[in-house]
Design a protein around this ligand. Structure first.
Ligand code: FES
Length: 140
């Protein structure tokens, strides 16, 4: 695994209710994890890996993913759909991997990222140098 490897953690435990019944639901994160793996194998993106996890603590916003890389900011994104957003998740992961600190420029953020972002968390190695971490969206 290289320094620029990005891990896409996919919650495979989120439930999406079917209708009004609490007992009828799907687990869309499982489909999303499989779709991402399939897409990455086709595209040869060895620097993006998919890791299923049980919960990212945003259970009401399935599907949820966390995008992480060494010495990079981590993004938590929800409201993703396995049929609609695979390409956008891959594009975001590649942008995060290509960036120096993990901040994905606003213009490179797909719609699902802009609408679904829940949190971003600095890398454990972050220094108190806020000039580096001010995102483009709040600069102007
Ligand atoms: S079960 Fe998916 S975030 Fe909690």
């Amino acid at each position: 695994m290289s320094e620029s490897t990005v891990t896409v953690f996919v919650c495979v435990s989120c439930r999406r209710r079917l209708g009004d019944c609490d007992d009828a639901f799907t687990l869309p994160g499982r489909d999303l994890a499989e779709a991402l793996r399939s897409r990455l194998q086709q595209g040869g993106h060895a620097d993006v890996v998919v890791t299923p996890v049980d919960c990212l603590a945003v259970c009401k916003r399935p599907c949820t993913v966390a995008l992480s890389g060494a010495d990079k900011w981590t993004y938590l994104i929800g409201d993703l759909d396995p049929q609609l957003h695979v390409e956008e998740i891959v594009a975001t992961a590649l942008s995060l991997g290509a960036s120096g600190n993990g901040i994905v420029p606003w213009r490179e953020r797909p719609a699902s990222f802009r609408k679904g972002v829940i949190a971003r968390v600095p890398p454990i190695t972050a220094k108190d140098d806020r000039q580096i971490f001010i995102p483009e969206s709040v600069e102007s």
